[in-house]
Design a protein around this ligand. Structure first.
Ligand code: FES
Length: 169
């Protein structure tokens, strides 16, 4: 077959397959919401909600007083990762429980990116924290890594509380 026939065939294949390829490309009309407002009234003490924020899973937990107390007793020396990993604070902030909360006035509210810092699985909520069943990482009730292969604490995304709303982003 001559070279020109090959070129013509390639062009025809390209034109025919373009509509299928175009469907796979990112859609410019999908609006990604920069901020997410979550009504906190529906999250009872001791309960957590998992939501999707622009494709990122987020945990919001309403911690009980015993959960807060036990998290506050953990010493920095006992932690695998001593940094708060809180996008609302300076990057050098330490992983004290108070530095992990959504804001200092509401120590019960914990907001976390629900992505294990090992390889990104979504950990399961347990009574004493979060367990990543993929390879056995365990995070405490403050989202700090306690054991397993995960290197860092779960990240606290940018968030602030306004009355009964948690604004993420
Ligand atoms: S992804 Fe969580 S422990 Fe590996």
């Amino acid at each position: 077959m001559s070279r020109n026939v090959w070129i013509l065939l390639s062009l025809c294949c390209g034109l025919i397959s373009w509509p299928f390829i175009a469907q796979l490309l990112p859609n410019n009309h999908v609006i990604r919401s920069p901020k997410l407002k979550v009504n906190l009234n529906y999250i009872l003490p001791g309960k957590a909600l998992t939501i999707n924020w622009n494709g990122t899973p987020i945990f919001i937990k309403n911690r009980t007083l015993p959960e807060i107390r036990s998290s506050r007793l953990v010493k920095l020396n006992d932690l695998k990762d001593v940094f708060a990993r809180n996008d609302n604070l300076d990057a050098r902030s330490l992983a004290f429980d108070r530095n992990r909360c959504a804001d200092t006035s509401c120590v019960n509210w914990l907001v976390l990116v629900a992505s294990c810092t090992h390889l990104g699985c979504v950990p399961e909520i347990k009574s004493n924290g979060w367990n990543c069943t993929c390879h056995g990482s365990f995070y405490d009730n403050s989202g700090r890594i306690i054991s397993g292969p995960a290197p860092h604490n779960l990240r606290v995304p940018r968030c602030k509380r306004r009355s009964n709303l948690m604004i993420i982003g």
